[in-house]
Design a binder for this molecule. Sequence first.
Ligand code: PLP
Length: 412
Amino acid sequence: MPGPGMELIGEEEKRELLEVLESGYLFRYGSPENPAFKAKTYTLEQEVARLAGVRYGVAVNSGTSALLVALSGLGVGPGDEVIVPGYTFIASMSSIVYARAIPVLAEVDRTLNLDPEDVRRKITPQTKAILAVHMLGNPARLDELKAIADERRILLVEDAAQAFGAKYKGRAVGSIGRAGIYSFNIFKTITAGDGGMVVTDDEAAYRRFFAFHDQGHSPLRMGVEVGRRPFIGLDFRMTELTAAVLLAQLRKLDTIHNHLLANKQRFKAAIADLPGIGFREITDPEGECATLLVVFLPTEEVARRAAKALGTKVLADSGWHVYNNMEQILEKRTITSEGCPFTCPYYKGGKVEYYPHMLPQTDALLGRAINISIGVSDAGLGSAFGVTMSDGFDGVDARVEEFRRVYKEVVR
Ligand SMILES: Cc1ncc(COP(=O)(O)O)c(C=O)c1O
């Protein structure tokens, strides 16, 4: 099963969906006077915003569109640079490119999230925002990143696509930057197949996000609009069908979190005594999603042998999340030949260069790291080995034995 939410799709989701189908309202807008209209998308926005502890949510059709809405809505555009980790999903970079700004790749540290020291080094007069990604459910060093953003008067935006439901020191991820985004694709904590959300506590930003996601309209398309649309928007709306499934999934979030946390702690404790083994640094052990357990092996060579024996791969070889494996960004393969935004005359930062192994610290960490699935199983992520939600404690114990045996064989 791809992600934990996907494993729990059942009667509750069916009931929610049926309610929408029977209501006759599949579109997010309906008649408030008609009791048949269930306003699932609006309800989901309210519930996710409440969970995040902020005032506003805008539901969209994917995490990628949520990123584009957040960045463009906050005014990121031509001439700007956005600092982004070299270990992330391509959407964190492609959304910057489609906002017409320049992604500046930065190192990750032992959290496998942005290294604040490298972020400081990468700031230039062109820097408009830091895009902090909470990879594999583990919150980035938000205190440090927020302090840098405030000190340098730049935006902090959170890509919490992989960390819906995670908390950092008691606050929901996504709520600490000016805006945060979530993804609801099938590999994420909760899912409807696809879907996304932007959250913010800033009313002006919310109005811009809403307008961008729906053709320039004011929130909920209230009021007379002609002559008053602030800019040209697009359509990234979520349907009532998607929102219905997500509402049912949202009610399962605590079950998912508690299950994953218990299984992860059990797995980790059972292998912690292995000589030379290391673990990814977790910024908030109670608050993280616990979807994956990342181990560091003593050397890259040992890590590769262990990964092979376990039927998986080291994180450096993950096809989806490592900048070295992203030819579309390394070679700046833009959709038309003019090369915008890399050739944009508004950009004063000089020639933009990306090349393999430009982030040696990131490469060294990812080369020694193996992902153990605790609830997300995805070969593209490098998490083919591990357990899923349904394996329970017995599944963990069997996998621990397998891991210990392989580890002892390769680390001599
Ligand atoms: C870190 C990160 N950002 C953004 C996205 C994009 O989300 P979606 O697949 O919903 O467009 C993903 C999805 O995998 C992701 O992992």
